[in-house]
Design a protein. Sequence first.
Length: 292
Amino acid sequence: DLSSDGGVRKEELRPGSGQGVPPGASLAVKYSGYLEHCDEPFCTNCYNKSPRLMKLGKDITLLGLEIGLLTMKKGEVARFVFTPDYAYGQQGCPPLIPPNATVMFEVEVLDFLDSDESDAFFELSAEQQDTFPLQKVLKVADTEREFGNYLYRKQQFESAKDRYKRAFSILGRSPSSETEQCQIDTSKLLVLLNLSLTYLKLERPAQALAYGEKALEIDQRNAKALFRCGQACLCMTEYEKARDFLVRAQHIQPFNHDINNELKKLASCYRNYMEKEKEMCCRMFAPLNSSS
């Protein structure tokens, strides 16, 4: 009994691990809702392989479900029973939910992000954001980057890119010391590398190159940034530039499997390109040769 009045009851079906779901979190959950004496759910997202992140209090507003989710951990599966006061009330939700309905939900928490502070920050005006201490801004940027990483792993590259850009947008602070500059650059570098990679996945190599070069302005010997720039140039068939970036990356990490493979790929692409150029030249000058 989670509500002390029998309105929200929970049965744990499989334990989770780690910290509990915090208030205002964004969650990926699988759920099915059932009416009493019904085998078929009136709502479910279990057919979705990759449920979207939903925010408590905004996307998830059923009172009983909010209370229940705050008692769960990642990986946990639980069954909840909600009386009408914690579900759809006296009116119900016609035509699916009759008046005064007690409902049962089965829920699995797949993942969650503690996004409350970050979401609140982005609801402020630019002037209000500027008053925040740097450490809080860095924490918000880190949360946005984690959000982007989650979406990237789900191959939702467009949404991931937007989250990374949100993180980058608040890292333009003027530092008050060398230590602060170092902290800002460290945070910026991670976001820029992720943006470069995501634009490669979106097949937009010009943007991938631009963000890779921004990363190199912070750390000119960053092997990942050099590698991303090399990949982008290869996609754009700028073979000389690609080779320059990749060779510089190889000097820093000579045994990196990905860098060495990309150099082999570049050599193969360049060889094919030269053969096609040679073939085209032969075709262009063939009539002249035959007439002489």
